[in-house]
Design a protein. Sequence first.
Length: 209
Amino acid sequence: MRLLIATANRNKVREFREILGNDRYAWIDLADGGEIAPVEETGKTFRENACLKARYYAKKLGAWALADDSGLAVDALGGNPGVLSARWAQIHASGAGDAANNATLLRQLDRVPDDQRAARFVCSLALADPEGRIAITTQDSVQGMILRQSRGSNGFGYDPLFLIEKLARTTAELAPEQKHAISHRGKALRRLRGLMDEHLPAHLPTLPD
């Protein structure tokens, strides 16, 4: 059975495949579906955006589609960047991409004391059927602190700044299996996989050839 991972982010695709496995489902992604215009992410919450993307790509390809929306919520910034995490630097006219997002965040937190730099990664997932109806949603998070400089070369996004205090490491300093065990996406995906195994039929429609 084939299900679509509805993201063009290659790092997320890799994590989805590593965490969900291929014992029951054959996971394909948007690179396998031809040219599809991206959907505008207009939701105000992670869940709204995840559902929006799942519905859109499910109907576009006539397939079961799994989408996520995830990001960083920093207490000192009132929960921002939030749903704007991937575009945080662009919104502030300071570039684009992971390095620019990290630099922008560090500038904004420059005067925030170390004991007030609490943050969390949040991941919301939505699975839609081929008609675009949402079948399952899950959400999870992981708590951490924002450092003053990057550490580690694994991961992506804000991982080099996100310290897991009990491990004394950033999520960019963890091996993939260590990160998946505690990360927002790892926890949300394992919960989703359990719900899929419990509630979905044994045989799902596959993508058209």
